[in-house]
Design a protein around this ligand. Structure first.
Ligand code: SF4
Length: 475
């Protein structure tokens, strides 16, 4: 419905201490529930019951797939889970995760957030040797390579270390073998992955909000290139030795992550508010009210209001009960669908000069509809301010920033874009301000390739791009 970007996945895992009464499947369900914003297309949980790994996964939200009875049936001493949003191909259950494979030394479950940039060549290499795949996602390729490496490796962690030397790209992942729970992050650290503790039990989660949700304590982020192994209630860290410049996805701070999460030592809500402050300094305008597009535009709008002295107010009300399956077959219905999801609060904006803050513009279609709705509700002027730099390039690291052709900022100047969406003025946050907020204030070196075109690692070769090209989804 809204031409917003989508994060592909969230992961959660827990290893119960021996002889404990904890229910790993239930804790994983709870953790995943707070990561549902990272993927709403499919979900799954795999449990390890004394070395036997079983898995339940399906298309749909967690509440569609799991209930009290199904969770109660999933007994075990460890679990990993996954929520997924797919950006290529049709959503199907084969692509749902965790993926569970059986090999000659046991079995293995894997849940992955990210995208490999060399998945095409790895898959081709494996297929040319007779390998077969059940899905079209790159997680199965990682599983295949780990299993290949396990033949010669002494342990599953050594097999994964060897696999890390072959895979390139973004991966924050969890592996569960009959005796171990393993978490790992790619050498660039594109995607978040946190370590926490719930009483005596270790937990891993894409975001700290999931650790909070289960009542756990955040310990630290998994380091880029680090492998962490939990075995017999003991935790070991392995340095893969693979070095790269840290390139955490800046868009996690702008939009993807939940505001109550803390990533790389930076509170997401704080970062968004700071972006709003910078935006006010860089692109101030005379106005009567600052409003934010819910949800991720709200913190930046509050920061903009604090910095500019223009009062903050609620200008758009979001309907939180529209599911992804809501289908809009015609243009007219799509128009109405935006109004169904975001409705202007006329009492607050009628006759006023409005600064509207949103986190990003992808194609511009939703922005145009919101601006039009605000005008109908009586706004006198609408000045759009975006708390990120303009999207100019596709992403290959686990989000669906589409081909440049589909990006309005790639094809139009800022003034042209303002005219297209019907705003009186438009301004974006500068790259320098983004880097100030995250790298200087927060000391977090980031990837900003979708804004700058400076890819931290080479994107897939041209011939393979079609495999990874991102398509925008209209929920
Ligand atoms: S290209 Fe953009 S969306 Fe992709 S990892 Fe980098 S900052 Fe994040």
């Amino acid at each position: 419905m809204l031409d917003k970007l989508h994060e592909e996945c969230g992961v959660f895992g827990i290893a119960a201490a021996p002889h404990s009464a904890i229910d790993p499947a239930y804790e994983t369900f709870t953790g995943l529930f707070s990561l549902q914003h990272r993927g709403q297309e499919s979900c799954g949980i795999a449990v390890n019951d004394a070395g036997v790994i079983s898995c339940r996964k399906a298309l749909g939200l967690l509440l569609d797939v799991f209930d009290e009875r199904s969770l109660r049936a999933m007994k075990g001493n460890a679990a990993i889970g996954h929520v997924r949003y797919s950006t290529t191909g049709n959503p199907n259950v084969e692509n749902a995760q965790p993926i569970v494979v059986t090999h000659n030394k046991g079995n293995l479950a894997i849940a992955h957030n990210g995208n490999l940039v060399n998945a095409g060549e790895l898959r081709h290499e494996i297929e040319m040797k007779g390998g077969i795949f059940h899905s079209s996602n790159d997680t199965e390729i990682i599983a295949y390579i780990i299993v290949q490496e396990r033949l010669a490796a002494e342990s599953i962690e050594e097999a994964f270390l060897r696999a890390m030397r072959r895979i390139r790209g973004a991966y924050s992942l969890l592996l569960m073998s009959p005796r171990k729970l393993i978490a790992a992050r790619d050498p660039n650290g594109f995607r978040p992955l946190s370590l926490g503790r719930l009483d005596k039990h270790y937990i891993f989660a894409s975001e700290t909000c999931a650790i909070d949700a289960v009542g756990g304590v955040f310990l630290r982020d998994i380091e880029p290139g680090e492998i962490v192994v939990v075995e017999n209630d003991r935790l070991r860290s392995i340095d893969s030795g693979l070095r790269a410049e840290k390139s955490f996805c800046s868009f996690e701070f702008i939009y993807f992550a939940r505001p109550d999460s803390v990533i790389e030592g930076i509170g997401v809500e704080w970062a968004r508010r700071e972006m709003g402050r910078y935006l006010a300094r860089e692109s101030g305008v005379e106005a009567d009210i600052v409003i934010g597009v819910p949800d991720s535009g709200i913190s930046a709008a509050q920061g903009y209001a604090q910095e500019s002295g223009i009062p903050y107010g609620v200008g758009l009300i979001k309907n939180r009960y529209i599911g992804r399956t809501f289908i809009q077959p015609s243009q007219d219905r799509r128009e109405r669908a935006v109004r169904l999801k975001l409705n202007p609060l006329a009492a607050n904006i009628k006759g006023k000069r409005v600064v509207m803050i949103d986190d990003s513009i992808v194609r511009g279609t939703t922005s145009a509809r919101i601006v039009s709705a605000l005008r109908e509700a009586g706004a006198r002027e609408i000045h759009m301010r975006i708390s990120s730099p303009p999207f100019l390039h596709p992403c290959y690291f686990g989000t669906d920033v589409p081909d440049s052709d589909a990006l309005i900022a790639h094809n139009h100047t800022v003034n042209e874009t303002a005219r297209i969406i019907g705003a009186d003025s438009l301004a974006y946050l500068s790259l320098a301000a983004l880097s100030d907020v995250l790298e200087k204030s927060g000391n977090c070196p980031v990837c900003d390739a979708c804004f700058s075109g400076n890819y931290p690692i080479d994107p897939p070769a041209a011939a393979e791009k079609s495999i990874f090209d991102r398509r925008i989804h209209f929920e």
